[in-house]
Design a protein around this ligand. Structure first.
Ligand code: UGY
Ligand code: MN
Length: 245
């Protein structure tokens, strides 16, 4: 039995990290008046992107866009987020905002969302913003396995330097093999749970847990329980490992 004090499931290692809700440090930032932010993944741990949770008791108004050169992706967990001149996102609504996009962000009282920011690697024309909702994205079986459906939230063309997917695991299904690849991941468990293998560790994980997978880290997930397990996952994509950030 683990003691209830001085213990966390969070585990931060050289090439991966599990970040669990009981260890989140909620901070304020000058760029986000009215928000509490828990930065879960950052370049300080070796990642090439940042991922944070935002919550707001009173609501947010006109939060400035990401710094020049950075792309931003938002995924709403609760409440509503409004992007000026673009539209309103409800629960499981999402937006990709390319660098230099001028939209400001407002949010309803009690709203929460996850956001990602990274230095965008352009290839040809920089893509236009994308707004959508998970419920409207069709899933496709991963490598023919219809117990593992992938919803691709962004267009797949090479203008995008990354992808954001929701992976849906039927209870008892798993990734078909232990993946190793140079691309990184930032992941948020949305529903269900199971066992995540990262490097040579096996972690029990559930809704609300976040994971950083660094380049080349061996990774595998097996879904347990009776409900569908789902996670949101970011991956840098469409770019050579030698491409400069
Ligand atoms: O797209 C991926 O690399 C994905 N299958 N990885 C993962 O779920 N850990
Ligand atoms: Mn992967």
């Amino acid at each position: 039995m683990k003691p209830s004090f001085g213990y966390t499931r969070s585990d931060i290692r050289r090439n991966h990290a599990l970040l669990t809700p009981e260890s989140h440090e909620w901070i304020t930032q000058p760029e986000w008046p009215g928000a509490e932010i828990a930065f879960l993944i950052s370049p300080d741990m070796g990642a090439k992107f940042a991922m944070g949770l935002v919550r707001t008791a009173e609501g947010l108004s006109d939060i400035a866009p990401a710094p020049a050169g950075n792309a931003r992706f938002l995924f709403v967990l609760e409440g509503e987020v409004v992007l000026s001149g673009k539209g309103t996102l409800g629960a499981e609504g999402y937006a990709f905002l390319p660098p230099q996009d001028g939209a400001t962000l407002s949010a309803s009282a009690g709203a929460s969302f996850v956001f990602f920011e990274w230095v965008f690697l352009a290839r040809g024309e920089v893509p236009a913003p994308v707004l959508g909702s998970v419920a409207e994205v069709e899933g496709t079986p991963l490598r023919g396995d219809d117990w593992l459906m992938v919803q691709k939230l962004l267009p797949t063309d090479a203008g995008f330097d990354g992808e954001f997917n929701v992976m849906n695991f039927h209870p008892g299904s798993s990734l078909a093999y232990v993946e190793t690849h140079f691309m990184e991941h930032g992941l948020l468990m949305l529903d269900g749970g199971g066992v995540y293998r990262l490097d040579d560790q096996w972690y029990p994980v559930g809704a609300g847990d976040a994971i950083w997978m660094g380049p080349h880290v061996p990774q595998w997930f097996g879904a347990l329980g009776r409900e569908t397990s789902r996670y949101l996952i970011y991956k840098n994509y469409n770019r050579s490992p030698l491409a400069k950030r």
